[in-house]
Structures are given as C-alpha cells and as structure tokens.
Write a new protein. Structure first.
Length: 247
C-alpha cells in the first residue's frame, strides 16, 4: 500500500510514519511511506504517482490542507483515502475538512494505534476490494469475468488462461478503470517490487493482457498508455457482450 504523509513537523512525521508501518504490518499489509513537507512537493509527485492513502496536515508552509484536498478533488481521477491530521480541533474545522473530501479528522497530539486503526478503516471503506478477499468469487467486469481461483478470464464467455501476475494486473486495471495508474504503483501492486529503469516486465504483461482480453476497444474496454505516467483502462460504452462464461 502506498501512503503519502504531508507534514512539515519532523517529529509528527516520524511518529505517523512509524505508527502506520507497524500498524499496517500487523494487519498483513506493507505501508510504503513517502513523506512531503510542502504542498508543492506533494502536488508534484501526486500529479504522476498513485497513492492509496494520504495523511494530510492542515497548516503547511506553502498551502493549507484544504487547498490540497480541493486540488485532489479537481485533478485526480480517483481520490485516495484521506486523513486530516492537525492541531485544529474545533467543530467548524472538522466539518470543513470532511466537506472538502477528507475521510476522517484526527487532532494532534494523536495516539499512534488510533491513527493506524482509523486510517485502515478509511482505506478499507474507500479502496477497491483486494483479490485476497475475492479469491472464491468470479469478478464480473461486463465483457470480462475474472476467475482468480482457477487463473482464468472469460472474454465474451470464452475462457482465456492467465498467469497469476496477469490476472492481478487485469484486476487492478479493471477495478480502477478510468484512473491513470502509475508504472511504479502497478509494479508494487502486481509484483511487490520497485520499478527499475531497465526492467520491461510491466510492458510485456500489458501487451499480453491487451491481446488476451481484447483491450483494444473491439468489445468494451480500451487500454491506453499515458505518457510520463502509466496506463489507463477505459470503458468504451459498448453493450454487445454476455457476461456468462461458456459451459
């Protein structure tokens, strides 16, 4: 899980980072923390990277947390889970943050276990369902149905064999269709690894699932490469398909 912490206080930043890494580890998740001490630094990174969770201070040297919330609402394809972490504690501030798009509001000084629990709760409510939670299910995406347990996809009812990595890649793209997903995010989600300049693993797998799942706009889905960022899967609007797998 990719977490951005936007916080200019080094002590609060260190405490929040440590709490989330330890707390999420106990819940079976790895928290990959990226820290930002200014709003401009966060915007620069979030413009071409994907985060699952953003822990956001209200008072920053260059921008307010509310301004960053408004920026995310306007410019991000899909919002991450957002926790406002601030010294403010008046009711009007809490209402303002929640109305601007925050999932939760925590006042400083914070309790590490509570920060983790409430962050995890917000992430679980807002994020897409994980494959681990859906292993016994067929995942229906219109013309494409994923069967994770048997490592199959059904395209217009026709079974297609996929590798475990291909089905994870297909799932994250389909479940977050319309969103631009950065290359580094896809590497971490599918392979649990950091992208390196020399590897072509993602490009090869994108080529394979584009062909196997007909992600060329022929039926319902179209895959596009977004220069300098990653990939986006778009629904074309076609309804000429059947979701029932072949007998």
């Amino acid at each position: 899980m990719r977490v951005a912490i936007v916080e200019d206080d080094p002590i609060a930043l260190r405490l929040a980072s440590s709490a989330l890494v330890k707390g999420f580890s106990k819940r079976g998740l790895t928290a990959d923390i990226t820290a930002f001490q200014t709003g401009a630094d966060f915007i620069g990174k979030a413009s071409h990277e994907t985060f699952d969770v953003v822990v956001l201070d209200w008072n920053l040297p260059d921008k307010t947390g509310i301004e960053l919330l408004n920026w995310m609402e306007e410019f991000l394809d899909s919002l991450p889970s957002i926790i406002m972490l601030t010294q403010r504690d008046e009711e009007k501030d809490i209402v303002k943050a929640l109305d601007a798009g925050a999932d939760d509001f925590i006042s400083k000084p914070f309790r590490p276990a509570e920060l983790t629990a409430r962050t995890f709760s917000a992430f679980r409510r807002q994020s897409f369902s994980s494959l681990r939670d859906a292993q016994e299910k067929d995942l229906d995406f219109g013309s494409i149905v994923l069967d994770e347990k048997n490592e199959l996809a059904y395209v217009l009812g026709v079974p297609v064999a996929l590798t475990r990595q291909e089905i994870r890649l297909a799932y994250v793209l389909l479940s977050r269709s319309g969103s631009i997903l950065s290359r580094s995010y896809l590497y971490e989600y599918v392979w649990g690894m950091t992208q390196t300049d020399k590897t072509r693993t993602l490009d090869v797998h994108i080529h394979r699932i584009r062909k196997k799942l007909s992600l060329n706009g022929e039926h319902e889905w179209y895959m596009e490469s977004v220069y300098g960022h990653g990939y986006r899967l778009e629904r074309t609007g076609s309804k000429l398909y059947s979701t029932s797998p072949s007998a």
